[in-house]
Ligand binder design. Structure first.
Ligand code: GDP
Length: 298
C-alpha cells in the first residue's frame, strides 16, 4: 500500500547521504520534498504540517549539527517523527476486570467489519480466549449469514437472532448476547454492527444505542484504507457520532495511496490497534507504529 510513499521518502533521504555538514538550507529543501511526498500520498494537511515542523525543529538543532553523520541523524528523526504520527507505542486491547470483555465494531458498510470480526475472534481464540461473535448487522439481508460463515471458519460460535422469533432489534440482540456470554462462559464478546455505504444519521444512532446498551470495553472503528481522503472525514464522523477507543485499518494489501488512513491517529487522537491485509482470516496483525515506520522508510 505505501510503496510510492516509501520510494519517495527513501529517495529524498538517500540524497542526503554522503553530505558532511547539513546547512539549514539543506534541511529546508529536504523538508519540502518530504512534505510533497506526504501530500501526494494523501496524508492529511494538518498531519503533514506537524510532521514537517517536528522534523525541521529537531534537524536544525544540536541533534544534527553535532552528529557524526548528519544525514543518518535526519533519517533517524524522520523515522521517529513517523512513529509519533502513527501513535508511538503499540496499543493493546484492554480486557475487562470482570468478563466478558465487550468489543464493539463500527464502520461503513464494506469497510471489512464482518471479516475483521472473524479475524479478531480467531486471533483471540488462538491466545486461549473463548470469544462469542454477535450478529447485530440486521440491515443487510446476508450479513448474519456472512458472520456465521466467518465464525465457522474461525471456529468461534455466533450469537444471532433466530429467524421468526421476533428478535429483529439489534439493540436487543446485543443485550441478550451479553447474558448468553455470561451463561456460556465466553470471556470476550465481539459485536458486529450495521454500516451504510456513507455516513448516515440512522446508522450512527443505532450504533450509539447498541453502545449504550452494552457499554463496550473497546469500540473499534474499522476503516478501509483504500477509501483515500474520505478516511479522515469518516473517522471524524464516527468519533463524533459513536466514539471509539481504537482503529483497525483494513485492506492494507490494496494499492491505494493510503496516507489518509495513516493520518487517522493524529486527527482523531485514537490509536490504530490492528491491521488487516487480505481476505484470509490469517491476514491480520497487531499494529506496531515502529514497524510501520520502518516499512515506509524501507
Ligand atoms: P462489512 O460490510 O464492513 O462487514 O465488510 P466485509 O467484512 O463484508 O468486507 C467487505 C469486502 O472486503 C469483502 O469482500 C471482504 O472479503 C473484503 N475485505 C475485508 N478485509 C479485507 C482486507 O484486509 N483486504 C482485502 N483485500 N479485502 C478485504
Amino acid at each position: 500500500m505505501f510503496d510510492t510513499l516509501s520510494d519517495r521518502l527513501t529517495s529524498v533521504l538517500t540524497n542526503l547521504r554522503g553530505k558532511g555538514r547539513l546547512s539549514d538550507a539543506d534541511i529546508d529543501a529536504t523538508a519540502r520534498e518530504i512534505r510533497i511526498a506526504l501530500l501526494e500520498a494523501d496524508v492529511a494537511l494538518p498531519v503533514v504540517r506537524s510532521f514537517i515542523k517536528g522534523v525541521k525543529d529537531r534537524a536544525k538543532g544540536a541533534e544534527v549539527s553535532q552528529a557524526l553523520n548528519p544525514a543518518q541523524q535526519v533519517i533517524k528523526i524522520v523515522n521517529e517523527e513517523l512513529v509519533i504520527i502513527l501513535g508511538g507505542e503499540t496499543r493493546r486491547l484492554e480486557f475487562a476486570k470482570t468478563p466478558p470483555t465487550v468489543i464493539m465494531l463500527a464502520g461503513l458498510q464494506g469497510s471489512g467489519k464482518t471479516t475483521l470480526a472473524g479475524k479478531l475472534a480467531k486471533w483471540l481464540a488462538g491466545q486461549g480466549h473463548t470469544p462469542l461473535l454477535v450478529a447485530c448487522d440486521l440491515q443487510r439481508p446476508n450479513a448474519v449469514n456472512q458472520l456465521q460463515v466467518v465464525g465457522e471458519r474461525a471456529g468461534v460460535p455466533v450469537f444471532a437472532p433466530e429467524p421468526g422469533n421476533g428478535v429483529g432489534d439489534p439493540v436487543e440482540v446485543s443485550r441478550r448476547s451479553i447474558d448468553e456470554a455470561r451463561r456460556a462462559q465466553h470471556d470476550i464478546v465481539i459485536v458486529d454492527t450495521a454500516g451504510r455505504l456513507g455516513i448516515d444519521e440512522e446508522m450512527m444512532k443505532q450504533a450509539a444505542d447498541i453502545r449504550d446498551a452494552i457499554t463496550p470495553d473497546e469500540i473499534l472503528f474499522v476503516l478501509d484504507a483504500m477509501i483515500g481522503q474520505d478516511a479522515v472525514n469518516t473517522a471524524e464522523a464516527f468519533r463524533d457520532g459513536v466514539g471509539f477507543s481504537g482503529v483497525v485499518l483494513t485492506k492494507l494489501d490494496g494499492d491505494a495511496r493510503g496516507g489518509a488512513a495513516l493520518s487517522v491517529r493524529e486527527v482523531t487522537g485514537q490509536p490504530i490497534m490492528f491491521a488487516s491485509s487480505g481476505e484470509q482470516l490469517a491476514d491480520f496483525d497487531v499494529f506496531h507504529p515502529d514497524r510501520m515506520a520502518n516499512r515506509i522508510l524501507g
